[in-house]
Design a protein around this ligand. Structure first.
Ligand code: ZN
Length: 566
């Protein structure tokens, strides 16, 4: 009898007393705190925190202690992986009849910069995994460094073989810029940040745009995961390919390369002669006339990198589901940054922690998710999605069978507008959720209104390797989402991606941080708590019809089947 009473009570409690999922969803949305998000961002970005450094381990401590204090079981999952650091760099410019001038290769701080002292810890400007070596050769200007740019150079009779290719950022992945230079025969590559694209207005700290000495740092690895354990996990004692072998694959740039500032790029182009480059290869106002070369400018480049096995740390926190604990809704964001990482990626980390604090408050009001929610804070994303890829590789079988969805936020906030991508069965859920979240820039509108007014009002797809959703979508086929407020910003991967930039230009009220946490958490709550998963496969069918139209050809007649006529 006590069992029967207990069972009846449980049933009635469930039917009559326990609030519906929508109750907790509304409560979650009402609990957003911009002060909390700002405090986390400030704490996470106090020092530059590149993967494999002590500062990034301290940032991991902040994430662990925050999540543990909410009583969510939290642990660090470390991996030993191949990272890349600069040891020596030099670049000098000369031309016949001119003395060589050496570039400083330093990003300047500004008077009153509160991060001036900490910026001494910023990694020198470099391109991770570039080959160590030297080149001294004439310069060829290669526009955005795309294959079509090299095809154009060839059509104009400009020979790139043995030369230093100078290309600008902005159209293709920097790993492809260097690879295309190598494929064209270049001995080395230099990539600059053209003020035309990155400084069309006032530069930081007087405006949001890239300062004259600002440099975009980044990886040139075209693969994903630890290069010494391709397709398997870097677990303790595992088999590895040698560093030399990992560095010689086609996913590595294979030639020395360096990134330079807009100011240095223009100084080089002032000395490049040859035919005038086409109109759409030119710079902005005040720029010299860009010419194709080769020469007479000569660049003398030396780069020495240290490719070394380093320890990275993913932080994994679990909120166990009550009814379906073995079904996972996974939220992920990376923590490692090239510099201070205020936008990329810690606006997302701050949103994750603010969201976790709201979930803890729901838990105090009696909420328990139906399915398990896992919060992941990845490491070494910047080098090639390494932390998330190794974790998926290590847990492939379990994640494949148990994961309901993976929800990624990388750069959570970089400006205004909404930028969202998804696998199509989640399109409808994303739209519905955005209608419930307030537009952070306009209190009478929804995030959906802001989204529809954005440049990127369409839902993007997740075919590329842009962030940590890659292993989930492309290796194990998990329904996934990638979300951001703002799309692209000029100080990306430079010294200036710091808290001051975010506070002045990216999100002065930190309401955009709250908005990204709100939509992220709401999508997670709907996937974790609703009895019927809110997937919509008719949008999947529509997407397939659009992107993979079936060519229905008539069935061949017997005599047309060549196999029988031979
Ligand atoms: Zn990122």
């Amino acid at each position: 009898l006590p069992l029967l009473v207990g069972a009846l009570f449980a049933t009635y409690y469930h039917l009559l007393v326990a609030p519906a999922p929508s109750y907790y969803q509304s409560l979650f949305l009402s609990l957003g705190s911009n002060d909390t998000a700002a405090a986390h961002l400030r704490a996470l970005t106090v020092r530059p925190h590149l993967a494999g450094t002590e500062a990034n381990a301290l940032a991991a401590d902040h994430v662990v202690s925050t999540l543990s204090s909410l009583s969510f079981p939290t642990r660090v999952t470390p991996y030993e992986v191949l990272l890349s650091y600069p040891v020596g760099r030099s670049l000098s410019l000369s031309a016949p009849g001119r003395d060589a001038t050496a570039f400083a290769l330093v990003q300047d701080t500004y008077p009153g910069d509160p991060y001036a002292a900490a910026s001494a810890e910023v990694v020198p400007t470099f391109l991770a995994y570039a080959a160590s070596g030297s080149a001294a050769a004439e310069v060829v200007y290669a526009n955005y460094g795309r294959r079509e740019d090299y095809a154009y150079l060839a059509s104009r009779g400009v020979n790139v073989t043995g030369k230093v290719a100078l290309a600008r950022y902005g159209k293709v992945y920097r790993g492809d810029i260097v690879k295309n230079a190598r494929d064209a025969g270049a001995a080395a590559a230099v990539i600059f940040t053209d003020p035309k694209d990155y400084t069309p207005g006032k530069a930081f700290p007087d405006g949001p745009w890239m300062p004259p000495t600002g440099v975009q740092v980044g990886s040139t690895f075209k693969g994903v995961g630890d290069p010494t354990t391709p397709m398997w996990a870097s677990s303790e004692g595992c088999e590895r390919v040698s560093v030399a072998k990992a560095m010689s694959t086609h996913d590595m740039p294979g030639i020395p390369a360096l990134p330079v500032s807009g100011r240095d790029g223009e100084e080089i182009l002032r000395l490049v002669g040859g035919d005038v480059a086409p109109e759409d290869w030119q710079g902005g106002d005040g720029a010299p006339v860009y010419r194709l070369g080769p020469g007479p400018a000569v660049l003398n480049l030396t780069y020495t990198g240290n490719e070394t096995i380093a320890t990275i740390q993913n932080v994994i926190s679990v909120i166990e589901g009550k009814e379906e604990p073995d079904r996972y809704v996974i939220l992920g964001n990376h923590r490692d940054a090239w510099t201070f990482g205020a936008a990329d990626p810690n606006s997302g980390t701050a949103a994750l922690l603010e969201l976790a604090q709201r979930l803890s408050k729901l838990q105090n009001k009696g909420w328990r998710p139906r399915r398990t929610i896992i919060l992941c804070n990845w490491d070494a994303e910047e080098y090639g999605l390494i932390g998330s890829t190794e974790w998926v590789e290590e847990n492939r079988a379990m994640l494949t069978s148990r994961t309901v969805a993976y929800l990624n936020v990388d750069v959570g906030v970089s400006g205004s507008g909404v930028d969202a991508s998804a696998t199509p069965q989640l399109d409808e859920l994303l739209k519905q959720a955005s209608k419930k979240v307030q537009n952070p820039d306009n209190g009478t509108e929804s995030l959906y209104d802001l989204w529809m007014a954005s440049d990127s009002s369409l839902i993007g797809r997740l075919g590329g390797g842009g962030s940590d959703y890659s292993a989930f979508v492309q290796h194990i086929g998990i329904p996934s989402v990638d979300m951001a407020i703002g799309s692209g910003y000029a100080v990306y991967h430079s010294l200036y991606d710091d808290f001051t930039w975010m506070e002045k230009y990216g999100d002065p009220m930190f309401r955009r941080h709250v908005a990204v946490a709100s939509i992220w958490g709401l999508v997670a709550l709907r996937l974790s708590d609703e009895e019927i998963l809110p997937f919509n496969y008719s949008s999947y069918a529509t997407e397939l019809e659009v992107t993979c139209p079936l060519e229905l050809s008539p069935i061949p007649t017997f005599s047309e089947l060549s196999i029988f006529s031979q």
